[in-house]
Structure formats: structure tokens, C-alpha cells
Design a protein around this ligand. Structure first.
Ligand code: C5P
Length: 399
């Protein structure tokens, strides 16, 4: 229930993507939000108010002169108590109206009279999106502080392909959830490593591990939600970078080390979630190794640099957080590892529970002892971890 207590006005304008707004309304309600819907006349040609009324459990508003609002001040009343207005889909015409401050129907009047933030999810034909007028309007809206979510590129209902698709409802819900998180890390730079590394044996073979990157990506997202400027150094994974997070993709531990060094300047927090290979083949073969007649083969390995220990040992080291995935003796190994690496905070989890899974059960170890975060989705755990980092940073700065 990440949006519990949040009051949202969801506006729909005329576009085929209006059908996705039903899913969006459902997602927002599921996340705990109070969702009031206002539709333009054209939106009602694509989807009925009844559908949205059923999904939100509230009356739907379409008319500026609606008699249900007692003092005929619908254009103000219906948005006054809201924490956020989302218009999805936002047509090219609606963007133009908001950019110009026009208020000739209920939704545009509510938008103009708002006191809360406005998020628009544009959806339109690729040519309409790319037109000089729409691009000019998008710039004006951004300069006015309106949040533009999307559009995305892809197939369009009109049969064309390109920019103009509305973001998926799940993406919009995620953006809204992120927007409502407190911002204690605003103005700070956070560096996160994530995923596995790949150590080359020859041009086609590698040694790697089964880290999915999900925990590291959740940590990067949580730090971003907390207002930080986040750089994510990622090993090879099949995940999209979280919204607003800058990503550098690497393969080997050596490349990860280089990328960390290159991005460390000005960092206040370093969170090392990556499952970095401890060893790499001493000499990667330039050519693909042939099996020939032999029944076994030796691979000589050498140690990789310990990136986290190196960062922690720097003179102006950022606040360092390590991760430990253990298969046994979690508490003892975690305490030892925190000391050995010289870091203030270590997040420990059982490898067999954490690897690849969507859930996790982290225990944090710091100078005051152990703090169990309970079991839950990785993003939830990541948010708790970031909150713990924030409270430790605050204490450190008070000293
Ligand atoms: O020593 P161990 O590999 O168990 O330590 C895990 C922690 O150290 C993780 O935070 C991991 O990202 C980091 N690490 C590293 N470089 C290595 C090995 C581990 O930064 N070569």
C-alpha cells in the first residue's frame, strides 16, 4: 500500500490509449490511493465513465456545469484536496491547452486551478509528437514544472511505429510511488554496483555467477527515490535502468573497478551490491580453447581487486555499504566481513534465498549490532536500507 492516504485526480483525454487508463486507475487504487476521475468529452468516446467508476468506486466527472457540485465551483473543488493530478493519456491537443493555460472544459480548468503537482503521460501518433508545435509545448510544460512521463517508442494503434506510445500503467504507478517518497538524499551523489561479473576464459567462454542484479537495481531505485543523483555500475543483467538513474554497463571485475574509480568523485555513499568474482583466469586465451583429446584441463586463476575494500580505504571515502550473500553462519560471517572491509554498514542475506528471487530477508549489521528488515520485496528492503543509511549519515554529520 505504497500510496495509502494519497489523493489523486486522474484525468483522461481523447486517445486510444484511454483503455490503458482503466488499468492505471486499478493500479493506483491497488496501491492504496484515493482516485477521483475526470474525463474530457472525447475520452468518453473511447472508454465509458462507468468502467472508471467501477474501478475507483467513485463518481466520475465529465462536465464543467455538473449540478452535483453544490456551488458550481467544480473546476476548483474537485482538485483542491488532491496531492497529485495525473493526465493519462494526455493528447497533443490537451498538452497544447495546458501549455497555453486554456480552460475551456472541466479537466483543463481543474489543471489550471491546481495547487498540486501535475504529471502528464502523453499518447499520440508519432508525427503529432514530433511536430514542432508539440515539441515546443513539451518544452514549455517542462519549464513550467509539469512532469512529463513518456511517451515511449513502439508500435502504435494507427499502424505506425515510433515515439508516441503512452507509458505502461505499471510504469506510471512506479513513477508516482517514487515521487511520493521522502527526499533526504537530495543533492547527494550515490554510487551503486549491481549484478554479476563475467571473467573471460577465451573469446566465447566466461566464469560468472547467478546474480540477477534485482537487489542492486532496487537499491539504485530507492536511492533515486530518496532524491540522490545515482550512478549505477552494472554487470551483465537483463534489467532496465530505473527511471532517472545513470548506468554504466561493464562485464569484468576489472572493468567494474575502473568504472567505480571513474565515478567516485564527489560521492557521499557507495553501496556495493554486485556479486564480484573473487578470481579471474590468469590468462584469457585469445583464441577459443580446443578440447582436443584431453579428458581434463586446468585453469589458473588470480585474485580480482576487492573494489569495496579499496573504496573504503580511500582518504575521503564515501559512506560505504557492503553486501554479503552467505550460504551459512550468516551473523558471524557478516560481522567479520564488516570489520575486515572497514565499512560502517553491511547488509547480509542468505545466498540461496536472495539470488534471482523477487523477495529478500536482509539483516543489517552496524556498530550497534544487527537490525533485521523482515522479509519482503527487494524494493521494500532497498527502501529500508536507504532509510538506515540516511539515519547513520545524519548521526555521523552531527558529530
Ligand atoms: O568478500 P565478499 O566477496 O563476500 O564481500 C562481498 C562484498 O564485497 C559485496 O559488497 C561486494 O560487492 C564486494 N566485493 C567487491 N569486490 C570484490 C569482491 C566483493 O567490491 N572483488
Amino acid at each position: 500500500m505504497t500510496l495509502k492516504g494519497k489523493k489523486i485526480l486522474l484525468g483522461l483525454t481523447g486517445g486510444v490509449a484511454a483503455y490503458k487508463a482503466a488499468e492505471l486507475a486499478r493500479g493506483l487504487v491497488k496501491a492504496g490511493a484515493d482516485v477521483r476521475v475526470a474525463m474530457t468529452k472525447s475520452a468518453t468516446k473511447f472508454i465509458t465513465p462507468t468502467t472508471l467508476q467501477a474501478l475507483t468506486g467513485q463518481e466520475v466527472w465529465t462536465d464543467l456545469w455538473d449540478k452535483r457540485v453544490p456551488d458550481a465551483m467544480g473546476h476548483i473543488e474537485l482538485s483542491r484536496d488532491r496531492d497529485l493530478i495525473i493526465v493519462a493519456p494526455a493528447s497533443a491537443n490537451f498538452m497544447a491547452k495546458v501549455a497555453q493555460g486554456l480552460a475551456d472544459d472541466l479537466l483543463s480548468s481543474l489543471v489550471l486551478a491546481r495547487r498540486c503537482p501535475l504529471l502528464l503521460a502523453p499518447a499520440m501518433n508519432v508525427e503529432m509528437w514530433q511536430s514542432a508545435a508539440t515539441q515546443r509545448n513539451a518544452k514549455t510544460l517542462a519549464a513550467d514544472g509539469v512532469l512529463l512521463a513518456g511517451p515511449a517508442a513502439g508500435d502504435q494503434a494507427c499502424g505506425e511505429t515510433g515515439m508516441g506510445r503512452m507509458l505502461e500503467p505499471g510504469q506510471i504507478v512506479a513513477l508516482v510511488e517514487s515521487g511520493f517518497q521522502p527526499k533526504p538524499l537530495a543533492g547527494r551523489k550515490v554510487l551503486v554496483t549491481a549484478g554479476p561479473t563475467e571473467e573471460a576464459i577465451d573469446p566465447v567462454r566466461v566464469i560468472t555467477n547467478s546474480s540477477s542484479g534485482k537487489m542492486g537495481y532496487a537499491v539504485a531505485r530507492a536511492a533515486r527515490e530518496a532524491g540522490a543523483s545515482v550512478m549505477l555500475v552494472s554487470g551483465p543483467v537483463a534489467l532496465a535502468a530505473p527511471e532517472g538513474v545513470k548506468r554504466v554497463s561493464v562485464r569484468s571485475a576489472a572493468q567494474m573497478f575502473d568504472a567505480v574509480k571513474a565515478n567516485l568523485n564527489g560521492c557521499s555513499v557507495f553501496i556495493s551490491v554486485a556479486a564480484v568474482a573473487d578470481f579471474r583466469p590468469k590468462q584469457a586465451s585469445k583464441q577459443k580453447i580446443k578440447k582436443g583429446e584431453r579428458q581434463s584441463m586446468m585453469l589458473e586463476m588470480e585474485r580480482n581487486p576487492d573494489i569495496l575494500a579499496w573504496v573504503a580505504a580511500q582518504k575521503k571515502a564515501p559512506f560505504c555499504v557492503g553486501f554479503a550473500a552467505e550460504s551459512e553462519n550468516l551473523a558471524r560471517n557478516a560481522k567479520e566481513k564488516r570489520k575486515k572491509k572497514g565499512i560502517p554498514l553491511l547488509a547480509a542475506n542468505l545466498a540461496q534465498e536472495a539470488l534471482g528471487s523477487d523477495d529478500n530477508a536482509i539483516t543489517l549489521y552496524d556498530d550497534r549490532g544487527a537490525h533485521a528488515l523482515g522479509r519482503g520485496p527487494k524494493l521494500e528492503q532497498a527502501r529500508k536500507l536507504v532509510a538506515h543509511v540516511v539515519s547513520m549519515l545524519k548521526k555521523q554529520e552531527k558529530r
